[in-house]
Design a binder for this molecule. Structure first.
Ligand SMILES: NC(=O)c1ccc[n+]([C@@H]2O[C@H](COP(=O)([O-])OP(=O)(O)OC[C@H]3O[C@@H](n4cnc5c(N)ncnc54)[C@H](OP(=O)(O)O)[C@@H]3O)[C@@H](O)[C@H]2O)c1
Length: 242
């Protein structure tokens, strides 16, 4: 049987690139989406045409709603029979200093970025029993900058759960994380925004998708690795040298 990966937020950007990459390596893909229904369907159709021996299907769930979260893994299992890799990629990225954070902003960031992955990890552990989990955090987990206070807190929590789950679920399930830094511009910003941001990191240029795909491969190919965080961030986690 071919192996199946469930990737949250897989219809666009980083999630889509990871879905295309793993498809090329023979994986079946459960493409999770929330609002991007057409891009998700287009991705599934494109992958099915390119890799006719593999299986692809899109699954909708609003990850800010816990009742939709806890139905996702059972729904994917009904279609695919098994899930061998869970990638918690879906995320919201809402700005706000601590002093200006509303309860609504706090709940949205924490629900999508932390609570949903927590319960998907729980369900993967209980229902799938063996395999790999990769959580997408952010190089901000090493910083106390508070311009995205609730977002940063959610990603710090996701890194903590990564380690906690790695300890509890070993040896049958490995749990690791990837921390992107300056990768893709947010959708409301252009390429210059990204180039300017990259001037503040040691490697002085945006990473793009490639370091992330290589990090996914490194985790999957190293079967003694668990509870680790791979920084795909051009050294941003090191801070500034001036
Ligand atoms: N891009 C970067 O430079 C960067 C930097 C640091 C960390 N990261 C991390 O890397 C990962 C991928 O980044 P990205 O920029 O590709 O992410 P993104 O475009 O901001 O978001 C990915 C997907 O998350 C889904 N999502 C948002 N709210 C949701 C909800 N309520 N329910 C279900 N799905 C929801 C969206 O799906 P729909 O479109 O279907 O609604 C969206 O396509 C994220 O975890 C991000 O935090 C990225």
């Amino acid at each position: 049987m071919k192996q199946t990966a469930l990737i949250t937020g897989a219809s666009r950007r980083v999630g889509k690139a990871v879905a295309e990459h793993l498809s090329g390596k023979g994986w079946n893909i459960a493409v999770h989406f929330n609002s991007s229904e057409q891009p998700a369907e287009d991705l599934v159709i494109g992958l099915a045409a390119k890799y006719p021996q593999q299986k692809f299907q899109a699954f909708k769930a609003n990850l800010s709603n816990i009742y939709e979260v806890i139905k996702l893994i059972p729904k994917v299992l009904e279609t695919f029979g098994g899930i061998h890799l869970l990638i918690n990629n879906a995320s919201v990225f809402g700005p706000g200093y601590l002093k200006s954070t509303t309860p609504e902003l706090f709940d949205e960031q924490l629900n999508v970025n932390l609570k949903a992955p927590f319960f998907l990890i729980r369900d993967f552990a209980n229902l799938c029993k063996t395999g790999n989990i990769i959580n997408f955090v952010d190089t901000r987990v090493t910083s106390n900058k508070s311009d995205f206070a609730a977002y940063s807190l959610s990603k710090k929590g996701l890194w903590d759960i990564t380690q906690m789950a790695a300890l509890e679920l070993a040896p049958n399930i490995r749990v690791n994380a990837i921390a992107p830094g300056v990768t893709l511009a947010p959708e409301n910003k252009d390429e210059n925004y990204l180039l300017n941001m990259a001037q503040n990191i040691p490697m002085k240029k945006p990473g793009g998708i490639d370091p992330i795909l290589r990090s996914v491969d490194f985790i999957l190919e190293n079967n003694h690795l668990t509870g680790q965080l791979i920084f795909a961030d051009g050294g941003e986690n090191l801070g500034r040298n001036a």
